[in-house]
Structures are given as structure tokens and as C-alpha cells.
Design a protein around this ligand. Structure first.
Ligand code: GP9
Ligand code: MN
Length: 432
């Protein structure tokens, strides 16, 4: 625990906001329904294929939500599980392997645990084997009350494809469990149909495939549309059940669906060459925060999955002054100046740094390249422009790694007073 003082000092000084945002507590006491949209990247939003809208429901939802158009996924090899780790801990996943597997039994201070301490019932809905990504173990460590895994669903040959239960029956079958939960609840839904290799039956496809040399990209569009329709139906069901009015609904893409192996086809679709800069821009995934009764708006500031935990807790009016997070409330005014990707690349207001090159974020212009000769580093190159933030990025990633490798939260007392409260709450909401 020797590193703890240094890390908490860094977080206090460089991450946490002094002032609460104007949005603090606007959703106090409401349910949170978090929808993880498998492999949905934001290039499909407000875009078309063969003249057809790809995500008509999500496109309309922008008008009634806070929509973050420059929101980046920060996952690595742990894919969906890394995104879950990011959004609930506001720590970075690891650069290799999946932290869900390698550190599933660490001590954490995750949002499900914090929400449990604040009277929430917490659950996950996902129609896959419970041990996939070691979720059954990790969800205990994160403080979840209940995991509705594949065993909670009726899965037949007819209602499944690819990885399992299709998203439409998944949401349909989830409703009865959701309605029986104690309120307020925090429930996370993880969709599955829009997963590589994006297989979909003809009868479920509302739009045609794209036509390029990448079967993967071609098939991606109809499956994204299928998930869009599944979410639309889910919203209808939520409204019918009466849960909608009293809930905040957050929708987020977990990570990219189309890898760089498909850059040629992607370039054909987008009508531009996929440069290293464009590749980073393709790591944007949608984030919607939908609060019934609030108008919302499009937010262009850079944001990332690391920011989800502090943002949700702030909306719910939960104090997090003593928390250790590397993200910030997205509605706060003075936010940290960069979004770090797990490989050390980063996005700042002015720059995108990738592969040792420094780009202008807004124009994509290559500002400077790192000299190729090893010993030739010069002050006035890319390093000059991008280097100061790059140093901070590396430092922050290493602090996050230290917390995980050393299981350092064992040595940190998050809040004594809160602990006293937990014990009382725990007795009242044991729902299985
Ligand atoms: C598996 C699902 C997809 O349960 O979450 O996992 P991914 O391959 O995207 O990590
Ligand atoms: Mn995924």
C-alpha cells in the first residue's frame, strides 16, 4: 500500500473536480437501466447504407437525450468485459489479457457496490453462460446482487443465432424479472446479436447488406439495425410497464465491431482513407444518457468509458469525494484534458496521438511525426506538441495498473460513515 498516498494525491489534483456539476442529483432516486450495445460504433449513427438509415431509433433518441458524439471506448483484449470494468470502476483495464479473469477477486469500489450502499438493488442481464469472462466471480467482487445469466432465459434454436439468444427475445424475456425487482435498481443489459461475425437470418434483416470485399463489414449493418429495433421495442415495453418514467436509461457501445483488418472496405464505405488518425476516430462508440423529462443535447467534448461511473453517480446525487477514479463527471465544467486509450494513445481537445504521431484532432492534419532514428528525438517535433500530455497518460495508466496488480483497495478506507449505513441496507434488500 506504499503507493497509495501518491496515487490519491494524483487523483485529487489531476482528476477530481472541485465543484459538483449542475446535473448533480437531477436523477436522484431513479432506476438506472444501462444498455451495453454489442460492437456498436458511432459511425453508424445518423448514417445510411444503400440509402437506408442504419439506426433510426437511436437517431431519433438523440433529440431526447444527452448524446456524446466524441465518446471513445478504452477497451483492450478483454472486450465487453473491459468495457464493464471501465464503466463500473473508472479504472483502466489491463494492456494484456482480461482483468475480469486475472484480477476477478480483487477488492474494488465499483458502482454496483456503492449503489447497493445507497439502497439500490443491482443486477446484470445477459443471456450467456455465467462463467464467460469469469463474470460470475467478478460480479460478486463488483458488488452485484443478481446475475440473470443464460439459465434465466428460454433459449431455443428458433430464437437464437450466432452467440445465442437474439436481442429481441432477450429484452422481451427480461421484462418480467425487471418488473419484479425492488426499486430503485441499477440494471445492466448486455446485448449479443451484433457480435462478430454478424450473422443474422433473412427474416430478421430489415436492411440489406453492404457490398464490399469485407463480408464482416457487409453483414454488420443489418445486425446493427436489428439491435436498434430490439432497443426500440424495449423502450416501448418499459413505457408500458410504467418503469420508464422513473428510470434513467444509458446506452453505450462496448467497443469496436469492425477491426482494422477491414480498413479498405471501411474506407470505401466512409469515402475516405483510414489513416492512423481515422482509425482512432473509429474508436468512438455512442453514449446516450436518456432522462425522461429532460431535453438533453449533443455534447461534443471528448469523453470516454472511464467517465461513466462518476457521471452516473453524480446524476444520482451520490457523493464521491473520497472515491478513486480516473474519469470525471461528464457534465462537470473543468474536466481532465485527455482520454487515454489503453495502448498509450490518447485524445485531447487539440490532439490525437497515435503510433508516435501527433495529429490535429479537429482537422486530422498530421502535425509532426516522431523521428524514425532512435537517438534523434528533437524538442520541436511531435514530441514537442504531444509529449507533455503523453507523459501524463503513461503515468495515469501505470497508477491504474498499480492499483490492480497490488490489489491496493484492500488498504484504502473509502468512507467510514458510509460503511455504517451499508450494514443496515444490506439486511433489507436481500433479493435473489
Ligand atoms: C459475451 C459477450 C461478447 O458474453 O459479452 O463478448 P465480447 O467478445 O464482445 O467480449
Ligand atoms: Mn462485446
Amino acid at each position: 500500500g506504499n503507493e497509495m498516498p501518491e496515487i490519491t494525491e494524483y487523483v485529487d489534483e489531476h482528476v477530481q473536480n472541485e465543484e459538483k456539476s449542475d446535473m448533480f442529483g437531477v436523477a436522484k432516486g431513479k432506476n438506472v437501466i444501462f444498455i451495453s450495445l454489442e460492437s456498436v460504433q458511432n459511425f453508424v449513427i445518423n448514417n445510411k447504407v444503400n440509402g437506408e438509415e442504419i439506426t433510426p431509433f437511436l437517431n431519433d433518441l438523440i433529440d431526447e437525450s444527452y448524446y456524446f458524439e466524441n465518446f471513445y471506448h478504452q477497451t483492450e483484449q478483454g472486450k465487453t468485459s473491459d468495457s464493464e470494468f471501465l464503466i463500473e470502476n473508472s479504472l483502466y483495464p489491463l494492456s494484456r489479457g482480461a482483468v475480469f479473469f486475472t484480477h476477478g477477486q480483487n477488492e474494488y469500489h465499483a458502482s454496483p457496490e456503492i449503489l447497493g450502499e445507497n439502497g439500490y438493488f443491482t443486477s446484470v442481464f445477459h443471456a450467456n453462460n455465467k462463467s464467460f469472462w469469469n463474470r460470475d466471480v467478478m460480479y460478486d467482487s463488483l458488488g452485484y446482487d443478481k446475475f440473470f445469466d443464460v439459465d434465466s432465459y428460454e433459449v431455443t434454436e428458433d430464437n437464437s443465432i450466432g452467440w445465442g439468444l437474439k436481442d429481441k427475445p432477450f429484452f422481451e424475456q427480461s421484462m418480467k424479472y425487471l418488473q419484479s425487482q425492488q426499486q430503485p435498481f441499477y440494471s445492466k443489459f448486455i446485448t449479443l446479436t451484433n457480435h462478430y461475425p454478424f450473422d443474422l437470418e433473412e427474416e430478421d434483416a430489415s436492411i440489406d447488406k453492404y457490398d464490399s470485399n469485407s463480408k464482416t463489414l457487409n453483414q454488420y449493418f443489418p445486425t446493427v439495425r436489428y439491435t436498434d429495433e430490439a432497443v426500440e421495442q424495449f423502450f416501448k415495453d418499459l413505457k408500458e410497464s410504467g418503469l420508464y418514467e422513473n428510470s434513467v436509461i444509458v446506452l453505450m457501445g462496448d467497443h469496436y465491431g469492425i477491426s482494422e483488418f477491414h480498413n479498405k472496405a471501411m474506407g470505401q464505405y466512409l469515402g475516405k482513407e483510414i489513416t492512423p488518425y481515422e482509425h482512432i476516430q473509429l474508436q468512438r462508440v455512442p453514449l446516450f444518457i436518456h432522462i425522461p423529462g429532460e431535453e438533453g443535447g449533443v455534447i461534443s467534448e471528448i469523453a470516454g468509458q472511464i467517465d461513466v461511473k462518476p457521471t452516473i453517480l453524480s446524476l444520482l446525487g451520490i457523493e464521491t469525494d473520497d472515491d478513486i477514479t480516473f474519469g470525471t463527471d461528464l457534465f462537470a465544467k473543468d474536466r481532465k484534458e485527455f482520454i487515454a486509450l489503453r495502448n498509450g494513445d490518447y485524445i485531447s481537445d487539440d490532439y490525437i496521438y497515435t503510433k508516435g504521431q501527433c495529429y490535429d484532432r479537429k482537422t486530422g492534419e498530421l502535425l509532426e511525426s516522431e523521428p524514425t532514428g532512435l537517438e534523434q528525438k528533437q524538442e520541436d517535433t511531435a514530441e514537442g506538441l504531444c509529449e507533455p500530455i503523453k507523459e501524463k497518460v503513461d503515468k495515469e495508466l501505470s497508477y491504474s495498473d498499480k492499483l490492480i496488480y497490488g490489489d491496493l483497495f484492500r488498504f484504502y478506507d473509502f468512507n467510514d460513515e458510509e460503511d455504517g449505513q451499508d450494514e443496515q441496507n444490506d439486511q433489507s434488500d436481500q433479493v435473489e
